[in-house]
Design a protein. Structure first.
Length: 92
């Protein structure tokens, strides 16, 4: 259920209440309560690429992993074809 901030019109007290939408609407329509709109929480945690915000050491480690990977999955050529793997192994 959602959380609402409601103000008692008689006392001016603001309470944070966990209510269904229908229950909140009933309380507001009764005339004793009014909904208080507070600031919207900041939902954006970051913008841009996470890779651009990492250290140079991490980028170097990713490059090292990519260079050493070589594409060897350990599957036979038949199973690679069966499961749709592309053989990107380095051949001399």
């Amino acid at each position: 259920m959602p959380t609402y901030d409601l103000r008692n019109k008689e006392t001016g007290e603001v309470k944070e209440m966990i209510l269904s939408i229908s229950k909140k609407e009933e309380m507001v329509e009764s005339g004793n309560w009014e909904q208080v709109h507070t600031s919207v929480p900041n939902l954006v945690t970051h913008s841009g690429s996470m890779l651009s915000k990492t250290s140079g050491d991490w980028k170097n480690k990713l490059d090292q992993i990519k260079n050493q990977a070589g594409g060897n999955t350990g599957l036979s050529a038949d199973k690679k074809r069966k499961y749709g793997f592309v053989d990107n192994s380095i051949h001399n």
